[in-house]
Design a protein around this ligand. Structure first.
Ligand code: GLA
Length: 413
């Protein structure tokens, strides 16, 4: 018998490997789709399950009319609840009442505006909103999205009984590759299984936390799960920056700017921190009706430039004293961004003596050198030049409660 098996193995060439481990599947994502953090809009924070094609088309129109497209926002992303049923062959179709023209027509419309269309699914048997999930249908769903002309997939983690995250996300990234259309993969597994450790070649961004809640500094308890205010989410980003870089980003969730609960100062702080964190900038408000203050925050080109800096280095907290935090972000060409965040409820004055505050980035090896380099200073919210940073100078400013002051330090040539 043993001889027979050996002869069979030799005849079929089946020798010299462990059982079942010889097939090499390509589990890598499409490259170069998110060399800077993705920018766009998503329906969930404002509209939850209330999505339809008319609203999505209007949002694309508003993205253009408001100047957001020109400021860099590209993706119009439909979140949960667009789904109808699967057909007899298992292909998913949109809810025919909400999307009567179909997804291909919607993608064509969004593309005609110079924008891209994103969609949402879930690794489990149902989405978080109870719609059909992709489990068991991954390759068919990817084919369908590709045929529709989808450019971005947010892939959630509800109802995933028995699944392991890394494997499940590798399955969908392989399916997208096979489907043949470059699609950004947004891993939405809430940080539970440390996606930063395995996500770099699987997806383009990964959620680091549970859902954001529309408040500056609070926790919302839903019983079996919690959602998190802006400050709580910021605190959860600790120690994750070394995993991010061009093509693979930490995602601290979508923006709540313009959704009615944050003050103008809190909106600025939220936007500035997401820029400093090299986070995806996915607006979550109604672009059709936003006020001037919201638009001004979302389209601040200097703050966006920090976020979209091609070096792609995530910023970090330098110090925290009595509710006043100093944040720094190394930028290309030796420039820096420095933000002063006042988390407290009273205004604070800052006397920042450059000679005592050389900044060192211990993860990536960047450092300032105020002794030998002069940097021009610009305040990116009041848009005024603030002289220079050198060891002979002190930067003085007032940071209002729940607000931020952010400077760009441009190396003087
Ligand atoms: C989860 C995600 C959210 C949103 C909802 C949709 O909670 O984390 O961002 O997509 O599901 O049901």
């Amino acid at each position: 018998m043993k001889k027979l098996i050996t002869a069979l193995c030799l005849a079929t060439g089946l020798t010299g490997f462990a059982q079942g481990n010889n097939y090499v599947q390509d589990y890598t994502k499409y490259q170069n789709l998110a060399l800077t953090p993705p920018m766009g809009w998503n329906s969930w924070n404002k509209f939850a399950c209330n999505v339809d094609e008319k609203m999505i088309m209007q949002m694309a129109d508003a993205m253009v009319a408001t100047g957001m497209r020109d400021a860099g926002y590209t993706y119009i992303n439909i979140d949960d609840c667009w789904h109808g049923d699967r057909d007899a062959q298992g292909f998913i179709h949109p809810d025919a009442k909400r999307f009567p023209s179909g997804m291909k027509a919607l993608a064509d419309y969004v593309h005609s505006k110079g924008l891209k269309l994103g969609i949402y699914s879930d690794a489990g048997s149902q989405t978080c909103g109870g719609r059909p999930g992709s489990r068991g249908f991954e390759f068919q769903d990817a084919q369908q999205y590709a045929a529709w002309g989808i450019d971005y997939l947010k892939y959630d983690w509800c109802n995933t009984e028995g699944l392991k995250a890394e494997g499940a996300y590798k399955t969908i990234t392989a399916a997208l590759k096979k489907a043949g259309r470059p699609i950004v993969l947004s891993i939405c597994e809430w940080g539970t299984d440390k996606p930063w450790e395995w996500g770099q070649n699987v997806g383009h961004l990964w959620r680091t936390t549970g859902d954001i809640y529309n408040c500056f500094d609070c926790i919302e308890d839903h019983g079996t799960w919690k959602s998190w205010g802006v400050m709580q989410i910021v605190d959860m980003q600790k120690d994750l920056r070394k995993y991010a870089g061009p093509g693979h980003w930490n995602d601290p969730d979508m923006l709540e700017i313009g959704n009615g609960k944050l003050t103008p100062g809190e909106n600025r702080a939220h936007f500035t921190l997401w820029a400093m964190l090299a986070a995806p900038l996915i607006a979550g408000n109604d672009l059709r009706t936003m006020d001037a203050e919201t638009l001004e925050v979302l389209t601040n080109k200097d703050v966006i430039a920090l976020n979209q800096d091609k070096q792609g280095t995530q910023g970090f907290k330098v110090s925290a004293t009595d509710g006043l935090e100093v944040w720094a972000k190394p930028l290309q060409g030796g420039d820096w961004a420095i933000a002063f965040l006042n988390r407290g409820t009273v205004n604070k004055t800052v006397d920042f003596d450059w000679s005592k505050n050389e900044i060192k980035d211990t993860d990536f090896g960047f450092s300032t050198n105020f002794a030998t380099t002069t940097y021009n200073l610009k305040n990116l919210w009041d848009k005024k030049d603030k002289g220079t940073a050198t060891t002979k100078k002190v930067f003085k400013t007032m940071v209002p409660a729940h607000d931020v002051v952010v400077l760009r330090l441009t190396k003087k040539k």
